[in-house]
Design a protein around this ligand. Structure first.
Ligand SMILES: Nc1ncnc2c1ncn2[C@@H]1O[C@H](COP(=O)(O)OP(=O)(O)OP(=O)(O)O)[C@@H](O)[C@H]1O
Ligand SMILES: [Mg+2]
Length: 262
């Protein structure tokens, strides 16, 4: 079970969850993407599955339907399933035991459970990280985002079940919305600046890419397109499965200046 999380909101958790879910499924894994942002769901829109929702995760946890009635099988990528969040309820409805029962069932049925966590560090977030085996922490290269990510890393280390059992959640950083031109001009933190603060291994850099916005509006994850962001997500999916893939060389359009991260 991999939780996709961040300190600051709006940094790209849901976008990352959708694209990595497709990417991992394309690599042959049976994947379920779970929208854990109860009350504010939007993973359904990014995946283009909002019209197919009948039941949601709260209905499953409350016993109002069974899991297979709530799961939506993606038509384009057959190995991919989606479990929507509820829109009418709020995060306080989550109950630790019921969440555990559901997640353990998903772990039995799928190779990979990808969980999109809500913004903030309140109740919903703690449920989202509690049973995680791995966490992908998303940060943009902005000081506020990095600082909040650092805080979240501390909470994962303190509050996850693994940590409580004396084990450790495997944690990696994804830097999202990097703008090479701004880094070159010294106007944005670079990859190494971020990693120096967070002191965790990097698993991917996703550039700022307008295609992400149009893809989200069209309900087709950007990973299906021919774009730098798509390549970045494909690479992250491979790295999650242990493949050694080198990092993209992100350069400004002018093309001068070398590699931002080796
Ligand atoms: N690399 C990128 N390039 C351009 N736009 C991006 C990129 N990543 C995310 N976005 C845009 O940023 C916005 C926020 O992304 P997203 O909804 O994935 O964030 P989030 O962390 O899930 O937000 P929340 O905390 O509210 O759940 C969206 O409009 C998305 O299209
Ligand atoms: Mg989100």
């Amino acid at each position: 079970m991999i939780t996709i999380t961040s300190g600051k909101g709006g940094v790209g958790k849901s976008t990352t969850t959708a694209n990595l879910a497709v990417g991992l499924a394309q690599l042959g894994k049976k994947v379920v993407a779970v929208d854990f942002d109860i009350g504010l769901r939007n993973l359904d829109m990014i995946l283009g599955l909002e019209n197919r929702i009948v039941y949601d995760i709260v209905n499953v946890m409350e016993g109002e339907c069974n899991l297979s009635q709530a799961l939506i099988n993606d038509k384009k990528t057959k190995n991919l399933y989606f479990l929507p969040a509820s829109q009418s309820k709020d995060k306080n409805i989550l109950d630790k035991e019921k969440v555990a029962t559901l997640i353990n069932k998903l772990k039995e049925d799928f190779d990979i459970v990808l969980l999109d966590s809500p913004a903030g560090i309140e109740g919903g977030f703690e449920h989202a990280i509690f049973l995680a085996d791995r966490a992908l922490i998303i940060s943009t290269p902005e000081v506020s985002s990095v600082r909040d990510a650092d805080r979240v890393i501390g909470i994962i280390d303190a509050k996850s079940k693994k940590a409580k059992d004396g084990d450790e959640v495997i944690k990696h950083i994804i830097i999202n919305r990097l703008k090479p031109e701004m880094v070159e001009k010294g106007e944005m933190l670079g990859v190494e600046d971020v990693l120096n603060i967070l002191a965790l291994p990097l698993i991917g850099i996703v550039p700022e890419d307008e295609k992400i916005i149009s893809s989200t509006n069209m309900g087709e994850p950007v990973i299906y397109s021919d774009s730098l962001a798509a390549q970045a997500y494909q690479n992250i999916a491979k790295r999650i499965l242990g493949e050694d893939v080198s990092f993209l060389e992100l350069k400004s359009k002018k093309g001068f200046f070398g590699r931002l991260f080796k």
